[in-house]
Design a protein around this ligand. Structure first.
Ligand SMILES: [Fe+2]
Length: 566
């Protein structure tokens, strides 16, 4: 049996911890258990750990009812109307597997994919690939049933994770992690910039300093400094790549809005090399470049979004903050009533995505305890679980952590931990922050939004009250939080998950408790409100939330709107 499990893992290119192997071998059908575990992961893990495997088994147990147990909760969004419930596969009394798990188990499938009958077993991989590379043909209309007054009930959910950090975190905080992280950011955005005609023939820093003509280069900004001398009209930008660093002078009259060049963003520069002789800034510091043009990796023009053939909508409900004294229970009840009634736009709502701050958490800001109704984070999640039970079964629910949730604070944040998932059950799709999703073939980028905290302080007059403008700046720079060492904590993972690539069809954020939706270059950008009124901390910072709103987008026509429950 051990051999069988190991050869399965080898065929999938996955390693396993000895303890995890022992755990699997101790079950009646280890190879099917391991296979189901792997199928539950949207992205192939490098290593199967004992903790992950245990969590997988316990999660399935947690959603069971009294024996014989059903997987109804897990399958609610994935099951077609009228489809029979599957029988339980795990014994709620212990971690041992009594019977072989289904293949793939619905509890696990809900972690990554909610699809209806007829979808291929590898639907997540297929949809993810198509979402990145472009679907060779438009998705076909898919219908689970017919004739229900609530349109969304007539369709199966079709949602898959394209990419996020969960199960992929490998950073240890060593110096090499930081080097790899920034190199990956530079490589990723350089690839995008190289496609711009202005950046054709871009050279590396080492080479740029040797030429005596116009140069183009793509680098990461390590410093921005405006000289104290009041006669100087511009700013010095220090730029780096793998081969070295140099100074670039951005004159004010170049129209560069240089004060908005952010530390650690990747930019392209077209300019001339200057070799000072005996005066000026470069006298002691060698050659520098005077910029004639600054090129950003922004979209060159409007694009046409992918569309679903089905008349379904996605609704965004963010920053619920359960446990806060300022939680707006009446607004929430009105919203849930709207979903349950299924009238108007609610009839089309098949997907609800929550981009973070599900609960208010503990100790997030000074004296928060004075504003808490529930001062235990697990009890906060229990209260949330009860609230979410009311959400109609035909709706696919996706939950992402924010900075108030029980996930690590550094971005990218992995999905909510096992202990929390046990409370919330297996119905939701748990994703990390940020996360690319393919929903009905439409590419959705969901991000909680701590990057706002650093953008807001560095874009002149643009601040927290203009979240959609900040989101446009994120798209211009193709990065959700470029500044390292600012307010947002960033974990130096091997890959920079905060780079915006590919371009999403819908980009949704939370965090700033604003409510807005608009189209920008063919992308629908959304800031998804909150269910918490102004806290004293926000009052102190003169911050005014816009609570009780639900922005929605139709996946077939890209028509959008906001429902107000406040
Ligand atoms: Fe929040």
């Amino acid at each position: 049996m051990r051999k069988k499990v190991l050869s399965l893992l080898v065929s999938r290119g996955v390693l396993i911890e000895p303890e995890a192997l022992k755990l699997a071998i101790g079950t009646p059908d280890p190879d099917r258990l391991v296979e189901s575990f792997l199928d539950s992961r949207g992205q192939k893990p490098l290593l199967v750990t004992a903790d992950d495997l245990r969590c997988f088994m316990e999660s399935a147990v947690a959603c069971q009812e009294t024996p014989p147990v059903s997987t109804e909760g897990a399958a609610a969004s994935a099951r077609a109307p009228g489809q029979e419930k599957k029988q339980a596969t795990l014994d709620p009394a212990g971690p041992e597997v009594r019977e072989p798990p289904p293949k793939p188990p619905e509890a696990a499938a809900a972690r990554r994919v909610a699809g209806g009958p007829g979808l291929p077993a590898n639907a997540d991989a297929k949809v993810a690939r198509e979402a990145v590379e472009g679907s060779p043909e438009p998705p076909k209309p898919r219908r689970a049933g017919m004739g229900d007054r609530i349109a969304a009930k007539n369709y199966d959910a079709d949602i898959a994770v394209i990419s996020e950090i969960t199960d992929e975190s490998r950073c240890t905080g060593q110096a090499s992690d930081f080097k790899n992280y920034f190199e990956d950011r530079l490589r990723s955005i350089r690839r995008i910039l190289r496609q711009r005609p202005e950046m054709g023939g871009a050279v590396e820093v080492e080479k740029a300093l040797r030429v005596d003509r116009d140069v183009r280069l793509i680098c990461i900004v390590s410093d921005v400094a405006r000289p104290q001398d009041k006669h100087s009209r511009g700013a010095w930008v220090t730029m780096e790549d793998e081969t070295g660093s140099l100074k670039v002078w951005l004159p004010d009259d170049g129209g560069f809005a240089e004060k908005y060049v952010l530390k650690d963003e990747v930019i392209g520069i077209v300019g001339k090399v200057v070799r000072p002789k005996n005066q000026g800034y470069g006298r002691d510091r060698g050659p520098y470049i005077v910029a004639e043009r600054l090129v950003r990796p922004e979209l060159a023009g409007p694009r046409t979004p992918r569309r679903s053939p089905n008349p379904l909508s996605i609704a965004f409900i963010s920053d619920i903050h359960v446990g806060s004294k300022q939680f707006l229970g009446d607004d929430w009840k009105r919203m849930m009533g709207w979903l349950k009634k299924g009238e108007g736009e609610a009839s089309r709502v098949k997907y609800v995505v929550v981009p973070g701050d599900l609960v208010d958490g503990i100790g997030v800001y000074p004296n928060q305890e004075e504003e808490l109704d529930v001062d235990d984070i697990y009890l906060q999640y229990e209260a949330l679980a009860k609230m979410l039970e009311e959400m109609p079964d035909h709706i696919s629910l996706t939950l992402m952590p924010g900075n108030h949730d029980a996930s690590r604070l550094s971005e990218p944040q992995p999905a909510l931990p096992c202990e929390v998932r046990k409370i919330l059950g297996t119905r939701p799709l748990y994703v990390g922050n940020p996360c690319y999703l393919a929903i009905e073939g439409v590419r959705v980028l969901a991000y909680h939004g701590r990057g706002f905290d650093d953008y807001a302080g560095n874009l002149g007059p643009i601040g927290y009250q203009q979240p959609l403008m900040i989101m446009q700046e994120m798209l211009r720079r193709r990065h959700m939080s470029p500044i390292y060492g600012g307010k947002n904590q960033i974990a130096p993972e091997r890959r920079d998950y905060l780079v915006i690539n590919p371009i999403p069809d819908i980009f949704v954020t939370g965090h700033v408790h604003g409510a807005g939706i608009q189209e920008h270059n063919g992308i629908v950008i959304v800031n998804a409100s909150t269910w918490q009124s102004q806290t004293s901390f926000q009052r102190m910072h003169n911050f005014h939330p816009d609570p009780g709103k639900v922005p929605w987008v139709r996946l077939d026509s890209f028509m959008y709107g906001v429902e107000n429950f406040h």
